[in-house]
Ligand binder design. Structure first.
Ligand code: ADP
Ligand code: MG
Length: 460
């Protein structure tokens, strides 16, 4: 006998909980459009407007959804999102089935010989194809491709490091996806250092540490995101150390990410750090203008939004910090146009970007600050940057300061010109172009600019 349960009621209860845990506009944008479909065999099926919705929700709100389901329905519930295929051109609706992820540790418990395929935890949207290569990530991407080609054979471990929202997670998952694409039977696992820690602690509590260890040691490719969070967790560090060694000795590939060069990681023992740096470490830097434009093109196409060159350039010039924010701006644009029924034109884009950057502008980098740091760096009198002098070093420092003002502040070109001794906005454009050219052709110069940029950001 089956209970008659009203799926709408269940879903509404879940929504109430989700709603109390996230911002209202987020709730309206991402959860309101979802329609419950059925609840059978411990499986809740809901319909989302597009696959993109699913991806966005599962990357950003998985915890909230999970919490709501557990609260309303208890453990062991499967959630299936149904979405229309992204390229369904006409009324023919194709449905893509997407299931919530099975935690890795569960797979372990029904393990049998031969070893079953592991639930990798990888998100299929993270591929090499849609990862734009730019000066900011060239080495990291090339090395990743090489590793996907020959896991365990060239760089081991491989560490990608850099600031938030710059593509670390995307790239390390792309390696995993590529390895699986080539050989489905490979035991690939993506996890975060927090998840690793939680699972380990759980295994302690349930007397299953042996199972935990043997599971991790059975992998062909272990990917651990954000290892800086292992800091201070000594017991977890210890099992991680042994896991690492076993995998390494068996030529199994280990891929890690962290927010700074591994040698600068705090709260980790030297023996672990020395393991991390025995392979290859590659950094990812903030994207330059061209890379930002290329990324916006790819992302907007993926989201099926048609943006003019003018609009793309406007966003790329105004949103500079990282790629997550670039992506966020596209989402906000899409949401704004959907929910207020407006066409996506430059005016709408300007509204949205302004709203977003006002929130981000906490950083508050001023042209003043930029002029100060640049003149200190080149050891010249700050006033000369606002002067008419055409002496070469000064003219170049001035161009650099103009370029950085545009990159880092989002202040209109005209006002930038004014703050450099009343110069015209075309002078600023010219300065930006020549610095970008030099940056692209001269590695030493690029590093110099990056260093100045860091000094400016640190200052503010
Ligand atoms: P991190 O892990 O470094 O904080 P993520 O990998 O989560 O950053 O990246 C943030 C977002 O930006 C993701 O949606 C990712 O797909 C996107 N992204 C980052 N770098 C690129 C790139 N080079 N090309 C395309 N998308 C990118
Ligand atoms: Mg990440």
């Amino acid at each position: 006998m089956t209970d008659v349960v009203d799926v709408k009621e269940i879903w509404n209860d879940c929504l109430e909980i989700i709603k109390s845990n996230i911002k209202e506009h987020t709730f309206n944008a991402w959860f309101k459009p979802i329609e419950p479909e059925s609840f059978e065999d411990q499986t809740l099926t809901v319909k989302v407007p597009s696959q993109y919705f699913y991806e966005w929700i599962s990357t950003h709100y998985n915890n909230e959804v999970d919490y709501a389901l557990k609260t309303i329905l208890g453990d062991g519930i499967k959630l299936i999102y149904k979405a229309e295929a992204p390229d369904s051109a006409d009324s023919q609706i194709e449905l893509v089935l997407l299931e919530s992820k099975t935690p890795a540790i569960k797979v372990n418990s029904y393990r049998n010989d031969p070893l079953p395929v592991v639930a990798s935890n990888l998100m299929s949207k993270y591929t090499f194809d849609n990862f734009v290569m730019g000066d900011n990530n060239r080495i990291a991407k090339s090395a990743s491709l090489a590793i996907a080609n020959k896991p365990g054979e060239i760089y081991n471990p491989f560490v990608i490091f850099g600031g938030v929202g710059l593509g670390k997670t995307h790239l390390i998952q792309a390696i995993g996806n590529e390895v699986l694409k080539r050989q489905m039977s490979k035991r690939v696992l993506y996890t975060s250092s927090e998840k690793f820690t939680t699972e380990f602690v759980d295994s302690l509590a349930t007397n299953k540490t042996d199972e935990f260890s043997s599971f991790y040691r059975s992998l062909d490719l272990l990917i651990v995101d954000d290892i800086q969070f292992l800091a201070g967790k000594e017991k977890t560090q210890e099992v991680f150390f042994h896991t690492f060694n076993t995998l390494y000795q068996n030529n199994k590939q280990i891929i890690l990410s962290c927010d700074r060069p591994p040698k600068d990681l705090k709260g980790l023992p030297d023996r672990l750090i020395s393991r991390f740096i025995q392979g290859l470490s590659a950094d990812i830097q903030p994207p330059d203008l061209e890379t930002r434009i290329a990324i916006l093109k790819i992302k907007s196409e993926g989201m099926n939004i048609d943006l003019s060159v003018e609009i793309i350039e406007y966003i790329a010039l105004n949103i500079t910090a990282n790629i997550r924010e670039l992506e966020g701006s596209l989402i906000s644009i899409l949401a704004e146009s959907t929910f207020s029924n407006r066409e996506i034109d430059l005016e709408l884009v300007k509204d949205v970007v302004k709203k977003n950057t006002n929130q981000v502008a906490k950083k508050n980098i001023s042209i003043d600050r930029i002029q100060k740091v640049v003149s200190e760096y080149y050891d010249i009198d700050e006033n000369l940057l606002r002067d008419k002098t055409r002496k070469q070093e000064i003219a170049q420092a001035r161009q650099i300061a103009m370029y950085l003002s545009k990159e880092l502040t989002g202040i209109p070109l005209k006002s930038i010109g004014l703050q450099f001794g009343g110069r015209d906005h075309t002078t600023v454009i010219h300065a930006c172009k020549s610095i970008m050219d030099m940056r692209n052709s001269d590695d030493k110069f690029r590093r110099e600019i990056d260093e100045i940029k860091r000094k400016i950001e640190m200052f503010s």
